[in-house]
Design a protein around this ligand. Structure first.
Ligand code: DP6
Length: 321
């Protein structure tokens, strides 16, 4: 029986991906830059099951709901097409991401699935090809193939993959402020934003420049420049999202208070910068030596977890999942 297991980690973007130029191929309207984390692994095993009537999917031992199972099947269809196979598969996924921590699970989930499915269906893919494949499951998954800092290029299907980038060392402090589920998914909110915001074209063109500036900051090993661009870009993304019609607001008063506190800490000499994804929780970046102090200062606002740069998605030796 063909079987393979893989492990992948979530990533948090410094320069955000928000908007697609092709929703079927999941081609981003602009490039993005992220850090793959060292915590909250997803471990996925794919076993070919030629006698089964259809794919089966479990998440943390529980049969997946209809929508996630359909997303897994659509993804496996791409893998089967590449492999020239029609065999259904059994997919068992274990996620260490707390469901209420506000971290998206799709990046680690589809990165692990891409590597495990490529192994089980005997595809020999290099990292750019695995990143392109993971992208088809969820755009941000393209970046979780890569360890540490990763740039995901905009472009056509062949060119749109993530690659490693050298840059300054930093830690992330995940500040959990609100544990309720988000009301509009990133996927739906991106479509609404692109279709209705009068600012969308400006967002796309300015993001290309902000990414260039962030990559220059990485090359110069300049944490301060990278931090300033990270906070700027997060606030621009949320301004854009709020300008959709009907508007979408992910940030809550507690999120704004966290951005205020981060600014205060900076003014007081403790250098840190805030970002937030499609939800109310805030992620703060700081130099590794300052991370515990920043976490202590932010603890009054919510639960804090310090994380660092982690590995890319990897195939696990047989029998170790
Ligand atoms: C705000 O990758 O979840 O986290 O491609 O539709 O699956 P789909 O979207 P997804 O969006 C992530 C949006 C973000 C920004 C980012 O990670 O760059």
């Amino acid at each position: 029986m063909n079987e393979a297991s893989a492990r992948a980690y979530p990533n948090i973007a410094l320069i955000k991906y928000w908007g697609k130029r092709d929703t079927a191929l999941i081609l981003p309207a602009a490039g993005s830059l992220s850090l793959t984390l060292d915590s909250y692994a997803t471990t996925t095993t794919v076993r070919l099951d030629p006698d089964a009537a259809s794919d089966r999917f479990t998440l943390n031992g529980v049969p997946g709901a209809a929508t996630p199972t359909q997303r897994v099947t659509r993804f496996l269809d791409l893998v089967r097409e590449l492999a020239g196979s029609t065999a259904p598969a059994r997919v068992d996924s274990l996620s260490e991401i707390p469901t209420d921590a506000g971290l998206a699970s799709s990046a680690a989930g589809f990165a692990a699935l891409a590597v495990a499915a490529a192994g089980a269906y005997r595809l020999d893919l290099d990292d750019p090809a695995l990143s392109r494949l993971a992208r088809r499951g969820s755009g941000s998954a393209a970046r979780s193939i890569i360890p540490g800092l990763a740039v995901w290029h905009a472009g056509d299907d062949a060119a749109s993959y993530a690659e490693p980038v050298d840059g300054p060392a930093f830690a992330m402090i995940i500040l959990t402020l609100d544990r309720s589920a988000k009301r509009v998914s990133s996927r739906d909110a991106m479509v609404r934003t692109a279709g209705t915001s009068p600012f969308y074209d400006g967002w796309v063109s300015s993001t290309a420049q902000t990414l260039e500036d962030a990559l220059a900051a990485c090359r110069a090993n300049d944490f301060t420049a990278l931090g300033l661009l990270t906070e700027l870009h997060a606030l621009r993304m949320h301004a854009l999202i709020q300008s959709a019609d009907p508007p979408i607001r992910y940030l809550k008063p507690a999120s704004i208070a966290a951005f205020d506190r981060v600014e205060e800490l900076r003014t007081a000499g403790l250098e840190c910068y805030a970002t937030a994804d499609a939800g109310p929780n805030v992620v703060v970046i700081a130099r590794p030596a300052d991370a515990d102090s920043v976490a202590t200062e932010l603890a009054a606002l919510g639960e804090t977890t310090v994380v660092g740069a982690g590995p890319g998605a990897t195939l696990l030796p047989p029998g170790t999942a």
